[in-house]
Design a binder for this molecule. Structure first.
Ligand SMILES: C[S@@+](CC[C@H](N)C(=O)[O-])C[C@H]1O[C@@H](n2cnc3c(N)ncnc32)[C@H](O)[C@@H]1O
Length: 267
């Protein structure tokens, strides 16, 4: 068990384990899950095979969603970043299929945010160019489904929010427009930008809450937790991505300390 605790500080925990099997997170302990699971689009991850038959992918989805549901408190919530459709390896209504599984395993549906990530490259796979024979329609967006366990009204936690008036007005509009993250800069094949978990955390949780990302990747959700004074737990099956996440956290803490020391020095 000890070697599965990859990194631990007072506010952060990185677990190097399979989320579907791990028993290192207690049931009914999580206020908010923010995550982006593998999309089954043949991304070259290290330990995880991202090209499995669609029915197997949906079984995997059912297992992890059921587990996520158990870990949430009764007024816990989940922000689930998933594709709308899938074109690679056969057309599939991924978003619709995952939402119906989430409901089946006990989640309640609240609403959805369309993330307009302005990914222009996706717009070039048109199929039959200028012909009705087999054109492809592709929406250059991803979805963020907002789900909850039993009660939408949040009663547990500090009750202290840190969202500004401008952020609240802008982010409660369910179309979010900001760019995706650079894979080469982060060193992970599918990172989301910190802006995504940051908005979810400020909109849907209180200061001091516990936030879980069961598919941590490069650790973007934990970076957002650092910015917002939430306790962060991340689970990642691949040890080298745990290392990337840990380094990002350590560097961020150093930057914040340095800024603090410089400000102290100039006072
Ligand atoms: C879409 S990526 C998440 C990227 C992350 N949001 C970020 O900003 O870097 C999905 C991640 O899930 C990991 N993964 C796949 N299966 C897993 C499992 N069973 N348990 C834990 N992590 C898993 C993959 O290694 C991959 O890093």
């Amino acid at each position: 068990m000890k070697d599965k605790i990859f990194f631990e500080s007072s506010e952060m925990l990185i677990i190097n384990d399979d989320f579907l099997k791990t028993n290192l997170v207690d049931e009914n302990s999580i206020d908010l899950i923010v995550t982006s699971p593998p999309y089954n689009v043949d991304i070259k991850y290290g330990a995880y095979n991202d090209k499995i038959p669609y029915d197997v992918y949906l079984q995997f989805t059912e297992i992890w969603l059921s587990k996520a549901n158990k870990l949430l408190k009764d007024d816990g919530r989940m922000c689930l970043n998933i594709p709308l459709d899938k074109n690679k390896g056969g057309q599939q209504s991924v978003y619709a299929d995952i939402i119906s599984i989430a409901k089946k395993v006990g989640f309640k549906y609240h609403s959805s945010i369309v993330w307009n990530e302005q990914n222009i490259s996706r717009r070039t796979a048109w199929g039959s160019w200028l012909s009705a024979s087999a054109p492809y329609v592709i929406a250059p967006v991803e979805m963020i489904a907002i789900l909850y366990k039993k009660r939408w009204k949040k009663e547990s936690g500090s009750g202290i929010s840190d969202i500004t008036k401008e952020e609240f007005i802008e982010w409660t509009n369910g179309v979010w427009t900001f760019m995706g993250e650079s894979k080469t800069k982060i060193g992970h094949p599918a990172p989301f930008p910190v802006e995504l978990p940051l908005r979810c955390i400020k909109l849907f949780s209180f200061i001091g809450d516990t936030v879980l990302d069961p598919f941590l990747g490069s650790g973007s959700t934990l970076i957002a937790c650092l910015h917002t004074k939430r306790r962060g737990i991340g689970i990642e099956i691949d040890r080298k991505y745990c290392e990337i996440a840990k380094n990002r956290i350590v560097n961020k803490v150093r930057q914040v300390q340095l800024k603090f020391e410089i400000n102290e020095g100039t006072d």
